[in-house]
Design a binder for this molecule. Structure first.
Ligand code: ADP
Ligand code: ADP
Ligand code: ZN
Length: 213
């Protein structure tokens, strides 16, 4: 099963991705997590990506496409995978579709998690994530059991630099301009499924499971 998660920043992609990956036994591939790991390690890719990420801009397409295409070519992706945060531009979607087509493969589901913007801002400002495994938390809605410590892996739970209010507003704008056109791109493919992301985390997961079977 090859699944793409679409939706604005803060919609709950990462939160649902962890649960989907576990239930359907597919690797969770988050481009944001991959970039953050590279930034942390100070790799050449990380140094380049950081310039864009701290401003709330997208990392250029040419740094993203090969990275994802190499990742999904690994053995653990043979039975499918879950893409969280990719594609994010029409260029990435077209590039990826061409890559799949050449292998006789296709995406099975594009889940578009929909949440109104006024609900997104408090989610983003209060978001905390595990530095080690990437699991998202929220200071008010989903705090870790022990403050600052990941429930799952014991890693440090911190606030991302780009989750501060100024950058968040930029990211919403970037989403509208560069990522939202993907909804139209995938409409007509018969694969796009709108998911109501405004509900509680369990209800959203229930809606996704009902769809994936
Ligand atoms: P995305 O990956 O789409 O940016 P996240 O999964 O990181 O979104 O979620 C953003 C923030 O909102 C996190 O702090 C998370 O704990 C919280 N969150 C996720 N799903 C819900 C939900 N259904 N209701 C309320 N808050 C949520
Ligand atoms: P969110 O959880 O808010 O949706 P992500 O963790 O997915 O954010 O992404 C964080 C940042 O990483 C983005 O603002 C962007 O700079 C970069 N990024 C992640 N995925 C992509 C992508 N597919 N194309 C370009 N930039 C990306
Ligand atoms: Zn963790």
């Amino acid at each position: 099963m090859r699944i793409v998660l679409l939706g604005p920043p803060g919609a709950g992609k990462g939160t649902q991705a962890v649960r989907i990956a576990e239930k359907y036994a597919v690797p969770h591939i988050s481009t944001g997590d991959i970039f953050r790991a590279n930034v942390k390690e100070g790799t050449p890719l990380g140094l380049k990506a950081k310039e864009y990420m701290t401003k709330g801009l997208l990392v250029p397409d040419e740094l993203v496409c090969d990275l994802v295409e190499d990742r999904v070519s690994k053995e653990d992706c043979a039975n499918g995978y879950l893409l969280d945060g990719f594609p994010r531009t029409v260029f990435q979607a077209e590039h990826f579709d061409a890559f799949l087509k050449a292998k006789g493969e296709e995406i099975d589901y594009v889940l578009d998690i929909e949440v109104a913007e006024e609900q997104l801002l408090p989610r983003m400002i209060g978001r905390r994530v595990c530095r080690n495994c990437g699991k998202p938390y929220h200071v008010d809605f989903f705090p870790p059991k022990v403050e600052g410590v990941c429930d799952v892996c014991g890693g440090e739970v911190y606030q991302r630099d780009d989750d501060r209010e100024e950058t968040v507003k930029n990211r919403f704008r970037v989403y509208q301009e560069q990522t939202a056109p993907l909804i139209e791109y995938y409409t007509g493919s018969g694969k796009l499924a709108p998911i109501d992301g405004a509900k509680g985390q369990d209800e959203v997961f229930g809606e996704i499971c009902a769809l994936l079977g």
